[in-house]
Ligand binder design. Structure first.
Ligand SMILES: [Zn+2]
Length: 364
C-alpha cells in the first residue's frame, strides 16, 4: 500500500530503468479522479494488458469505449517500438472489477489464484497501475524484442520505486471477473531467449531477475565469446644471471601486449583463469658449451606465494652463443598467475641477452 507515483517519480524511475518514454500532453493532470470523486490510490500493483488493436493511443487517451468506459484507459501505452507513452497520472479505466482472491494475492505478493467472483470484487482502478501493450491480441501478433524489454523495465521501475517484488505485477487475465484474456501472444525474444509465448509467470521471472540488478542493468544478449588475445612480450634490456638460484624473467610491455593488461613491473605473464599456448625464445651469452640453464613455468597465488612448478626444459650451451625455443602451454586457475623462471646451473655469470614470449591467451 503506497501513494501513487508523482510525475517526477515516473520520470526518474523510468529513466533510471532505461525505459524510453514520451509524455503525452496533459498526462500529469489526466485521470478519472474528479469525475468519479474517487482519488487514485493507495496503489498495490501493476496490471498488464494488451490493446487488442493498432494505433491505440487515441482510443486510450481520448476516446475510451463510449460513455460506459470513458478515457483514460491506462496510465501508459507501450508501443511496438518499445517506447512508452505516459497517458495519465490519475485514475484510469483499465482494470474493471478485480476478483478479491486475486487482488489479495497481488497485495501479499503470493501466487495468484484463478479469479473467483464468489470471493468478492475490488475496483481495480482504485489500486492498480495500468499498462496497455500494443498487440492485436489474436495469438499470432508478435510482441517485439524492444517492446518486451521495455515491458520488463516498466514493471521493474514501478516495483523498485515502491520497494515491491515481482509478485506485485499481474495480468488482466489473472484478476478479471469477466474472463478477459490479456495479455497473450508470442514474444520475439528477450536477452538470450528466442521466441516464446508470453505468460505472466515469465514476465514476473524476468522482472524478478531485473530487480536483483542495478536499474542500469541490461540482460545479456549473446554468449560471451572467448577470443584469444595475442601476447608478445620481451625484455627491456639484457641482464646478468648469477649461478645457482631460480630467477624470474621480467617481461615488459616494450614488446607488444595487445591485451594491454600486462603490468611491466610484474614477472607475471598471464593471470587466471586463463589458458595459453605459445613459446618463449631465449638467447644466452657466455653460457659455457655443454653447461645447462633450466627453464620452467611456475604458478603463484594472488599473494605471490609459489604454488606449483611445471616441467623443466634444459637449454644447453653451444659455441658462439646459445639460442633455444621453449614451448609454453597450460591452464591457470582463478587467482593464479604464471611466471617463467631460469636457473643457471653453470659456475659462471651468464647474460640473458634476449627473451621473447609469444602466446595466445584466452579467458577461462
Ligand atoms: Zn485488459
Amino acid at each position: 500500500m503506497a501513494a501513487p507515483m508523482a510525475p517526477a517519480d515516473w520520470r526518474r524511475a523510468l529513466k533510471a530503468e532505461g525505459v524510453r518514454f514520451i509524455e503525452l500532453d496533459g498526462w500529469t493532470t489526466r485521470g478519472r479522479d474528479q469525475a468519479t470523486g474517487k482519488t487514485f490510490g493507495p496503489v498495490n500493483g501493476v496490471l498488464n494488458h494488451h490493446t487488442a488493436g493498432r494505433d491505440s493511443l487515441d482510443l486510450i487517451a481520448y476516446r475510451g469505449q463510449g460513455a460506459a468506459v470513458p478515457p483514460p484507459l491506462a496510465h501508459a501505452l507501450l508501443r511496438k517500438d518499445g517506447v512508452v507513452v505516459l497517458v495519465a497520472d490519475g485514475r484510469a479505466n483499465h482494470a474493471g472489477l478485480a476478483a478479491k482472491n486475486s487482488f489479495d494475492a497481488i497485495v501479499a505478493e503470493k501466487p495468484i489464484p484463478r479469479p473467483s467472483k464468489a470471493s468478492g470484487t475490488v475496483d481495480g482502478n482504485d489500486h492498480l497501475y495500468g499498462l496497455e501493450t500494443e498487440n492485436l491480441g489474436n495469438g499470432t501478433d508478435v510482441y517485439t524484442r524492444a517492446q518486451y524489454d521495455a515491458w520488463v523495465r516498466f514493471n521493474a521501475a514501478i516495483c523498485r520505486f515502491h520497494g515491491w517484488g515481482a509478485g506485485s505485477c499481474a495480468g488482466h487475465l489473472e484478476t478479471s471477473v469477466e474472463g478477459k484474456p490479456d495479455p497473450k501472444g508470442p514474444v520475439d525474444g528477450y536477452g538470450r531467449r528466442g521466441r516464446f509465448q508470453f505468460t505472466m509467470g515469465q514476465l514476473r521471472a524476468d522482472v524478478h531477475e531485473r530487480l536483483a540488478h542495478a536499474p542500469s542493468w541490461s540482460p545479456p544478449t549473446e554468449e560471451v565469446t572467448t577470443m584469444p588475445d595475442y601476447v608478445n612480450l620481451g625484455l627491456a634490456h639484457g641482464y646478468q644471471l648469477a649461478p645457482g638460484t631460480w630467477d624470474d624473467v621480467e617481461f615488459t610491455t616494450e614488446w607488444n601486449d595487445e591485451a594491454g593488461d600486462h603490468d611491466p613491473n610484474s614477472p607475471t605473464f598471464v593471470e587466471g583463469p586463463a589458458g595459453f599456448t605459445g613459446s618463449v625464445s631465449f638467447r644466452f651469452a657466455h653460457l659455457p658449451v655443454g653447461e645447462v640453464v633450466q627453464v620452467r613455468m611456475s604458478e603463484y597465488d594472488a599473494a605471490g606465494e609459489l604454488k606449483a612448478n611445471h616441467p623443466i626444459h634444459e637449454v644447453i650451451g653451444t659455441a658462439g652463443g646459445t639460442f633455444s625455443v621453449v614451448p609454453l602451454t597450460k591452464r591457470v586457475g582463478p587467482g593464479r598467475s604464471m611466471r617463467v623462471r631460469l636457473l643457471n646451473q653453470s659456475e659462471e655469470h651468464i647474460e640473458v641477452a634476449s627473451a621473447v614470449l609469444t602466446a595466445w591467451v584466452w579467458e577461462g
